[in-house]
Design a protein around this ligand. Sequence first.
Ligand code: F6R
Length: 605
Amino acid sequence: MCGIIGYCGPLDAQKVLLDGLTQLEYRGYDSAGIALFDEKSRIHFIKKTGKVAALRQVCEETPILSHCGIGHTRWATHGGVTGENAHPHIVGRVTMIHNGIIENYQYLTEKYRLGERLHSQTDTEVAAAALNEIYDGEPFEAIRELLSQLEGSYAFCIMFEDRPGEIYAVRNVSPLVAAHMGSGAMIASDLTALLPYSKKYFVVPEEQIVKLTAYSVSLYTLDGKKEAPELLEASWNTDAAMKNGFEHFMLKEIHEQPEVLKKTLVPRLNKGLPDFSDEKLPDSLLKEVSSIRIIACGTAMHAGIVARSLIEPRLRIPVTVSIASEFRYEEPLIDEKTLTIVISQSGETIDTLAALRLAKERHSPVISIVNVKGSTIARESDYVIYTHGGPEIAVASTKAYTVQIAALYLLFCRMALVRRVYSEDHARRFTESLLACASAMETMIRQKDTINELVTHIVNCPDAFFIGRGMDYAFSLEGALKLKEISYIHAEAYAAGELKHGTIALITDHVPVIAIATQKPILAKTVSNIREIRARGAYVVLLMTEDETLEESLADVFVRIPKLDDKFTVFPIAVVLQLIAYYASVQKGLDVDQPRNLAKSVTVE
Ligand code: F6R
């Protein structure tokens, strides 16, 4: 959700904040704002609806010489997209930016009789106003008192009018990372904004107060004790968070998949066998669990559905996939014999985090598959398998999905080995085939122009359907999500055999259907379903392996992926589905990397 940045130091603070907000914009992009101490220690603020570019333009017209300031890019949760609702919020001596949701804002409004005095509809202004009521010149005490009254999630950066050159920050759930480098002190919602300045950083612990000045970043417990931060080193470099000549981050990230697949797999292979000793993942756990619960949201959940199709029939243990936001309310049957696997690119998705906490409460051991080092989900899990995808900046997830699947496949292979479902030889053949998927993905990336062409037949249609059976159905779910989120074409995924139980009523002349038929044991059945929709005039794009021959009349366009065992077709198919969505968005002239209403990391329930 919202992006937060704060900077104190010798550099031009306005520039540092605007550059940082550009890096963080994928977290939210409906409005942006900054507040700065000028040379005379007065606070100036500028806020603008729209993208960071609009804010930058105004700032460049009226530059402010400053060495300390805070900035925010918003994804509206509380109150519409207006200049008043944009952050920072300034109330009396307090200037505040916030990511999260203050649940008891009404209580605070009444307690401090703020009603008449508020200018926005935001919960943040309520928090700023409450803090202003409490503040008597002692920042630590005031923040501590405010926190004792707050309910909800928050990451705040705060400047006090009478404390020039200082920024205070505190968080509960919502993420914050901080760094001190030669060129000052910095704090941000995520690492991408810090990377141009520092590879060393620390995750701000919950309920601890950070104080930034030009010379230091200090961490204090709520009772005022100074703590040494636990420094981490980023394995990403700045290039990883840049477009590097690609027109969009999404296209760059699609291209990165073969490489990051290898980065995720290779360090965990020991003589060709999966090895999670670096993760300290005990074989006894993998051997003894009697069921698996996979929990995630969106694309990460779709990765879980693919893993379920792999694991359950082979290990013969029940695997359930839950949407994280539903998990808590479905009275889940989990205990210490259930292995919970949570999947999250950002490691901050609040629904997934809440589900993880519930699983732990019920004594279920938790493994998380996470991309962002040090993120909350990673830290709260019993075991973490980091995917080495590097920063994913495009809002639509691509490489995170395929590396999540790769990590889950490797975990499955280790389980199959320790449960004696696979011999060592079998496991070695499995990991070899898994690694070889990198080149199958490359093959499909090389076909991007063909995919761009086929999309011209889809791009002006209001609806599209994705169908498949078994694992192909699992892939379809992701194909449909990708297409709708960035091209705004209404897309639905159906199990191919289910269409005739209702949905086939929607199939008329030229309705695009992307049919996936890579699962050999059920190919004939899928083909029958394709014939049924062909007979109703659908425009069929058929994705299949190159070794199969099917009648030419079955589809308008054939996209052939390399011959692979059924289990592994997900990797090249994912590339094709991502490219279909990508080119549909490009051909419609839409904002590919920042589609409307979305944000990269969903830190509100
Ligand atoms: C879709 C997409 C989302 C995320 C979901 C979970 O392209 O990116 O559906 O997959 O919001 O996010 P993480 O993986 O960060 O928990």
